[in-house]
Write a protein that binds this ligand. Sequence first.
Ligand code: NAP
Length: 282
Amino acid sequence: MAAVVMDGKALAAKLKGQVRLQAERMARKPGLAVVLVGDDPAALAYESGKRRDCQECGIYYDTFRLPEAASQTELLEVIETFNSREDIDGILLLLPLPRHLDERRALLAIRPDKDVDCVSPVNLGELLLDGRDTFQPCTPAGVMRLLEEYGVDPAGKECVVVGRSHVVGKPQALLLLRKNGTVTICHSKTADLAGQCRRADILVSAAGRPGLITAGMVKEGAVVIDVSMNRDAQGRLCGDVDCAAAAEKASFITPVPGGTGPVTRAVLMENVLSAALAHGKK
Ligand code: NAP
């Protein structure tokens, strides 16, 4: 039986609509600032996507673009300015930074209550400790939203996450654990990746390797979430999963594009709104 395709675009439109409704009623608008270093075309495209999302959601948007050769001091000054501006509730620093800049110091400089992508060590620590929870990392939180939307409860299920990055794999594992899944994290040194994946009731792949997850690695009836955004040999966007073949075995599956990507963007908008509410905006 073919899997239900999880429609990330539809869920994202619903979540953004809810943000817009609330933002429109507020006298002081939520605000997002994006900090960009250099002129990498992918980063510029990403930045203009954030601008569009904010326009759609009634969120104030500002950006600051530093030259590729900017110093650490200049970068920290820009972050500090956005930290102190009351019209800005969330700050997004586009990564990776040029190699001469210290990414960790820059992330630590973002005020935790404005760290809407939940990338700072403080917020990741809170996530680990099940502590203050104003917002969660956008991509893993988006995956949880998709599961919820389609009535998939991780409780008691075997959850396998492929990838252990700080932005996707590790926080994803923590969020599944919070929902009482039994979680395994796989990575490039995992001895039997296929065997681990075949045990999964919920399989989340975030390896960034096209074709890594074949239908033979998918358990009958599994929920398959493909977080990755790769380019195939023809330059088309694709995930890690052989989607057409895996869909013959899975119960639910996300497409790429149109799966987790749009939901990640919508969760960022939700996080900016949550930050604004936490800052007392009404
Ligand atoms: P990353 O930092 O490169 O991490 C990739 C992880 O996958 C690493 O932990 C790596 O293991 C593991 N891995 C790589 N090859 C593997 C293999 N052959 N077998 C098992 N594990 C393997 O990437 P990321 O930032 O987490 O992003 C992952 C993917 O998600 C990328 O395609 C990215 O574009 C996409 N992404 C999508 C969204 C979205 O909104 N949907 C958001 C962010 C990222 P090691 O640790 O052992 O090296």
